[in-house]
Design a protein around this ligand. Structure first.
Ligand code: 4NP
Length: 154
């Protein structure tokens, strides 16, 4: 079974949303995968997802109340097959921790899998209003729909 890791900065907004949305999309498609998330920073370790992230996903019947923030550690390169960064800063941070080409090849910006969206970051909604979270949902949902269509995750 393939293992996918979603990575942002704090692991309380974007990546727990990505974990929930992508897990749900694979479940609907009947494809068994493991989806987890982590943050590059340590600020929020052990905390549940931001209440605004939880509320946005509740609108779409996705429950992420059990998720707790963890920090990315280099061991995760061995644990996961695919590692998706939410923005270019997360991407650079992950690449700086990779020690060989195999590890670097596992890392991509999430929106890069959506045709025509190369190098588009998922903007950090932490200091934004609720619309920021709705926007994050829409972007990740598009990426999730592409992910389940690709054979490499099966
Ligand atoms: P996330 O958002 O990376 O999408 O989880 C953030 C959460 C917290 C902080 C920054 C971004 N922070 O600076 O505490």
């Amino acid at each position: 079974m393939k293992k996918i890791l979603m990575v942002c900065l704090g692991n309380i907004c974007r990546s727990p949303m990505a974990e929930g949305i992508v897990r749900e999309e694979f479940k609907h498609a009947g494809i068994e995968v493991v989806v987890d998330s982590a943050g590059t920073a340590a600020y929020h370790i052990g905390e549940p997802a931001d209440h605004r992230a939880q509320e946005e996903l509740r609108k779409h019947d996705i429950d992420i109340s059990e998720e707790r923030a963890q920090q990315f550690i280099p061991e995760f390169f061995a644990d996961y097959d695919f590692i998706f960064a939410m923005d270019e800063s997360n991407y650079a941070d992950l690449l700086s921790q990779a020690t060989n080409g195999e590890e670097r090849d596992k890392v991509r910006m999430l929106m890069d899998i959506v045709e025509g969206e190369n190098n588009i970051p998922i903007p950090d909604p932490y200091y934004q209003e609720d619309e920021g979270f709705a926007r994050v949902y829409k972007m990740i949902k598009r990426a999730a729909e592409v992910l389940v269509e690709e054979d490499i995750y099966k």
